[in-house]
Write a protein that binds this ligand. Structure first.
Ligand SMILES: [Zn+2]
Length: 114
């Protein structure tokens, strides 16, 4: 399950931030996950529970912000919402377009600590 690896990296960052701020623990961890990032929020939650045990993030609230995917159409010069896949059709002009602007995010957005 690659969510475990993702969570291990995220928690390593959390650990570093908590240490850097001379805090003792993380109370809330917020992740931003694009809908095209290829990870399941439920699997991430499960991974968090397992991986956070014995770390500064044990017992912290995990919040997952979902980032809706969007592609960019150079013809219309605007973004349009996309669901899944790799090739997208502009909702404005019907052109094929593969330029993803949002939706692949997989990042640590915020940490609250005490
Ligand atoms: Zn277009």
């Amino acid at each position: 399950m690659h969510e475990v690896g993702i969570m291990e990296s995220a928690l390593a960052l959390v650990q570093r931030q908590v240490t850097a701020h001379r805090a003792s623990r993380a109370d809330r961890v917020v992740l931003r996950i694009g809908t095209l990032a290829g990870v399941e929020p439920e699997s991430l939650r499960f991974a968090f529970d397992v991986v956070s045990r014995g770390t500064v993030a044990e017992g912290a609230t995990l919040e997952i912000e979902s980032v809706p995917a969007a592609a960019y159409c150079p013809t219309c010069q605007q973004e349009f919402a996309v669901e899944t896949g790799f090739i997208f059709i502009c909702t404005g002009c019907g052109d094929l377009c593969g330029e993803i602007r949002r939706g692949r995010e997989l990042e640590l957005s915020r940490i609250e600590m005490s």
